[in-house]
Design a binder for this molecule. Structure first.
Ligand code: AMP
Ligand code: MG
Length: 288
């Protein structure tokens, strides 16, 4: 199968609404922009993106080599409740790209050293190098999500962070970063089924932590915190995308397709050789 040409850019279809956000009104089972029939053909549509993703990643890498100062970098941020599919996207969407061009970073509860620094310190350290695609499994947004829900710092502290994150992201965009911020929108019912599956299958117990249930118990507070994120940090330079995540096959396809779209949108061109090609061909021929 060759890669699909979509009528509307997926980014337009998935863009978080401007202004007030009502998450309950956004369908977690929707499949916006999906070009096929459904689950049965999803692997084929997703895998059809691989050649383009490979070319675009190589182009980004070549650009980073040729032009390290002004180089483009891409950073995809994945946020969502436990089991919403951050790991699944790594395997099934990001896994389509050459691993040499990808830098994945998962953010856990801050270490003792990280806690001694500003919350953006560990984020800055993990930013992708020129020419690289960075993927964040959780991000600076945890500092207004779990931190807000669990009151890990006073409200006056986390309140300031929305503006601070916007300013931080503006600086990144001005430096040549493209940010692809994805909220994996899963229903509470779907999470119950996925946690149950993890508990029922001994091969999946490693994916489960009792803390997942604690977070689930605060579902409404998390939804409120996600709503605030989507309302307050959905800027035109670093927009949020809401990926309906109850259907894993759609979520994985959408993440790959969105990455493809954003890479293509950079309109990069292959760097021109900084040597005389004909001269090198002549030398090679002379060597026999
Ligand atoms: P997981 O991604 O399922 O491996 O879990 C990572 C855990 O780290 C989650 O429970 C997050 O809420 C937590 N975490 C990530 N960032 C922070 C942060 N800045 N402060 C507190 N907890 C965090
Ligand atoms: Mg987890």
């Amino acid at each position: 199968m060759t890669a699909d040409v979509l009528p509307d850019p997926l980014s337009t279809l998935l863009r978080a609404p401007a202004g007030a956000v009502n998450l309950a009104a956004l369908d977690t089972r929707a499949t916006p922009g999906y070009p096929g029939e459904g689950k049965a053909d999803a692997d084929a549509h997703r895998e059809a993106l691989a050649p383009q993703l490979a070319d675009l990643q190589e182009l980004l890498f070549a650009d980073g080599r040729a032009n390290p100062e002004g180089a483009k970098r891409v950073l995809m941020i994945l946020q969502g409740m436990d089991t919403s599919g951050k790991g699944g996207i790594m395997r099934h969407a990001i896994g389509l790209v050459d691993p040499q061009g990808v830098h994945i970073k998962a953010f856990k509860a801050p270490t003792a050293e990280e806690r001694r620094h500003h919350y953006l310190w560990r984020i800055e350290k993990a930013l992708p190098e020129p020419g690289m695609i960075g993927i964040f499994d959780r991000s600076q947004y945890e500092d207004v999500l779990v931190v807000r829900v669990e009151s890990l710092v006073p409200k006056a502290e986390w309140e300031k962070r929305y503006d601070e994150i916007n300013a931080f992201e503006l600086k990144l965009v001005e430096q040549g970063y493209t940010l692809i911020k994805c909220y994996l929108h899963m229903s509470k019912e779907e999470q119950a089924a996925r946690l149950q599956a993890r508990l029922d299958d001994p091969h999946k117990h490693w994916k489960f932590t009792p803390g997942d249930i604690d977070a689930r118990a605060k579902w409404d507070a998390y939804m409120e915190a996600y709503t605030a994120v989507l309302e307050r940090t959905n800027t035109d330079y670093a927009p949020w995308y809401v990926l309906p995540a109850d259907r894993k096959w759609y979520r994985n396809w959408a993440a790959a397709a969105l990455l493809r779209e954003k890479l293509a949108g950079l309109n990069l061109t292959w760097p021109v050789a900084d040597f005389d090609v004909d001269e090198q061909k002549a030398r090679l021929a002379a060597e026999g």
